[in-house]
Design a protein around this ligand. Sequence first.
Ligand SMILES: [Zn+2]
Length: 449
Amino acid sequence: MLNFANRHLLQPLAAWKSGSQHLRYLRELRKTQFDSPETIRARQLVALQRVLHHAYDHVRFYRQAWDAADVHPNDVKTLDDLRHFPIVSKADLRTREREFLSSQFDPTKLLVKRTSGSTGVPLTIRIDEAAKQWKYACTLRSDEWSGWRLGQRVAKVWGNPEYRHFGWRGRARNWLLDRAVYLDTLQLTDARIAEFTASLRRHRPGLIFGHAHSLYLVADRLKKQGVTDIRPNGILSTAMPLHDWQRTVIESVFGVKVTDRYGCEEVSLIACECEVHDGLHVNADSVFVEAERGQSGPLLVTDLTNLAMPIIRYRIGDHATLSDRKCTCGRGLPLIESIQGRDADYVVTPAGHLISGISLTENFALLISGTAQVQIIQETHTRLTIRIVPDDAFTSKSRMQITALVRETFGPTVGYDLELVDAIPQEKSGKYRFCISKVAPDHARALTV
Ligand SMILES: [Zn+2]
């Protein structure tokens, strides 16, 4: 009953009050996902041409780069023509951030997102309101592929729940509208997992959502305790690779398939599994992706919606394999066979508690000023190596921030060595390990077994 009221009353009311079109977009997207691949590609071409022209006319970075490369939006007659345009790197976005902003938008009215991306490089991204609403609708559509329905409760296994940053308004919104139940992955103890399990029983969420390694860890505990009565409609795994051995345990404990999703803060949702779970469907309504077919190669992504800060041929840092297969679900959205994204181990505190490595990207690395890239290595239970590629803004203040963050996050008995380096290499597979623990038990590590 509450789910029904939330879906049909509270959600539309909140959307109307905020002037958001996302529910209307969602209804449209539910239908157009079954259009033919040709129709979808034709729509992508129109959207791409619009973004290219906007970027050339109003964004300094692109005007300069494309003039220098002797390319022009008028040259793009098919989606494949985009390959003649220059590639944008994370370093470009980080060091020339302002030059990516469109002169047609007031920067103070844009949604600001800060991220350490998939390779530990801190970035600030700005998104216009129309793109935000459209992307939200795209995300809701793929959330529904998991079996969850809008209006049902969500349980989130995530670091530092976002609603807490908005005081009583955040709590009220969460209580009434989002109705999310949280397990904070920065403080993953047996007691917290027990509390979380109790609230899963009480609130019966339709969806459990989280980082692959945290979902696995929770499932592993429940399996050992013989818990078999928690039955969500869907489980969404995101932000890092979901290994087959993790998938098997999660599915056996919760009795439902895991839906693997891939995205990033820079462009939001990129691809997601449907109910067939054989590859990930590209979110072609919002992004255009380029990678090799049949073999793994660097993934380039172009945002088809955000005009305020266009992202075009952006090398995201992960590798992917594109597919020519058509999915048996009937959707015309293209498929990605596999993605080799960032991975991370858990850190073990001296008391034996686990801290999610992937959560440390947003709640540790991003809070240190003057860093071009960060990696955390746990050498022993009480010693870390913090590896940083510094930039000009790295000062004594940054060093103080690190000292305070280590104490706050890992406790007073944990010390660290700071290594300032020129580069942090990616593994040959294209995978980047943000956090490496030499002492975490196997089940808390990003091992492929
Ligand atoms: Zn499908």
